[in-house]
Design a protein around this ligand. Structure first.
Ligand code: ATP
Ligand code: TZP
Ligand code: MG
Ligand code: MG
Length: 271
C-alpha cells in the first residue's frame, strides 16, 4: 500500500477540518493540522457549527472535556455533516471513565453516522462492550477480543475502526492492518491521541466522495503512519517530552512522503 501519496494530497488540497475538540488540545490539534498542510478551524457555537461542518472537508469530534453545550454542538455539527456528505471522525475520549461519557458516546453514535471511530485500545474495548479499562483519559487495559469486536462493529456500522497504542489496529471489517510505527514519547505528552484524531480528519478530508470504506481505511493507515514516522524522527532530536512536542511539529512540517513509505511498518493481520 502506498501511503505517502495521501500526505501529498493533503498538502495539495489543504482540506478545511472543523474540530470540536477539548480544552486541553485546541491549540496543538490546530498546529498539527497546519503542519501537515491542512486548514484547521475550531468552532463551537450552536449558531454556526452546522454551517461550518457543511463547508468543511471533514468534521473531527472529540469528547475530551464535555459539557452539555459541547454535546449539543457535536449533534448539530454531526447532523449537518451527514446531510452534506462530510466524513466524521469521532474520538470518545475517556469513555468508560464516567457514566456521562459512556452515555454521550453511545447516544452520539446512535444519532450521527460516523465514518471513523478512533480511540485508545482501553477506550475502544469499553465502548465495544468488552472488558477494557481506562483511567481518566488513559488506556489501562485492552481486551484480547478487541480485534474481533472492532471487525464486527466496522461491518455492522460501515465505520472504519481505529484502536491506538504501541501497536495500532485499523479495520474496515474486511481487512485489519497492524501498524507498528511511533515512539513511547507519544504517551509522555498530553493530546497525542487527540492530535491524531484531528489529523485523521485531514486525511479522510481528501478521500473522494462516494469512495468505498476501504479507501477511508487506507487514508487512516496513511494518517497514522505519517504521524508516527514524524514522531520517530522527532524522538531522535528530543531530550524529553517538552522538546519532543516541539520537534513533532517540526517533523510533521518537514515530513516527506518518500520517508513515510520508506519507514512504514504496516502489516495485514491474519484473518
Ligand atoms: P492514552 O491517553 O492512553 O495515551 P491516546 O488517546 O493518547 O491514549 P494513544 O493510544 O496513546 O492515544 O495513541 C496516540 C498515538 O501514539 C498513536 O499514534 C499511537 O500509535 C502512538 N503511541 C502510543 N503509545 C505508543 C508506544 N508505546 N510506542 C509507539 N507509539 C505509541
Ligand atoms: N483531559 C481531558 S481531555 C485530555 C485530558 C488530559 C487530553 C487527552 O488527550 P489524549 O490525546 O487522549 O491523551
Ligand atoms: Mg494520551
Ligand atoms: Mg485519547
Amino acid at each position: 500500500m502506498k501511503l505517502g501519496i495521501w500526505l501529498d494530497a493533503v498538502r495539495h488540497e489543504r482540506p478545511l477540518v472543523h474540530n470540536i475538540t477539548n480544552l486541553v488540545v485546541n491549540n496543538i490539534a490546530a498546529n498539527a493540522l497546519l503542519c501537515v498542510g491542512a486548514s484547521p478551524v475550531m468552532a463551537y457555537a450552536h449558531e454556526e457549527v452546522g454551517e461550518m461542518a457543511g463547508i468543511a472537508k471533514a468534521l473531527s469530534l472529540n469528547m475530551g472535556t464535555l459539557t452539555p453545550e459541547v454535546v449539543t454542538s457535536m449533534r448539530i455539527a454531526g447532523r449537518a455533516a451527514n446531510a452534506a456528505g462530510v466524513p466524521i471522525v469521532f474520538d470518545p475520549v475517556g469513555v468508560g471513565a464516567t457514566g456521562y461519557r459512556t452515555q454521550v458516546a453511545t447516544d452520539l453514535l446512535r444519532a450521527v453516522d460516523v465514518s471513523i471511530l478512533r480511540a485508545n485500545a482501553g477506550e475502544m474495548s469499553v465502548l465495544l462492550g468488552l472488558a477494557g479499562q481506562v483511567k481518566g483519559v488513559d488506556a489501562l487495559q485492552a481486551d484480547e477480543a478487541l480485534p474481533a469486536a472492532m471487525k464486527h462493529y466496522a461491518l455492522s456500522s460501515g465505520t472504519v475502526v481505529v484502536a491506538t497504542g504501541p501497536v495500532d489496529l485499523v479495520t474496515d471489517g474486511h481487512t485489519t492492518w497492524q501498524l507498528s510505527n511511533g515512539h513511547p514519547l507519544l504517551a509522555a505528552i498530553t493530546g497525542s491521541g487527540c492530535m491524531l484524531t484531528a489529523l485523521l480528519g485531514a486525511f479522510v478530508g481528501v478521500v473522494p466522495k462516494e469512495s468505498p470504506l476501504s479507501t477511508y481505511a487506507e487514508a487512516c493507515v496513511a494518517a497514522i503512519t505519517s504521524y508516527n514516522v514524524a514522531a520517530e524522527q522527532a524522538a531522535q532530536k528530543a531530550d524529553g517530552p517538552g522538546t519532543f512536542q516541539a520537534a513533532l511539529f517540526d517533523c510533521l512540517y518537514d515530513l516527506e512522503s518518500g520517508a513515510v513509505d520508506a519507514a512504514a511498518n504496516v502489516e495485514v493481520a491474519p484473518a
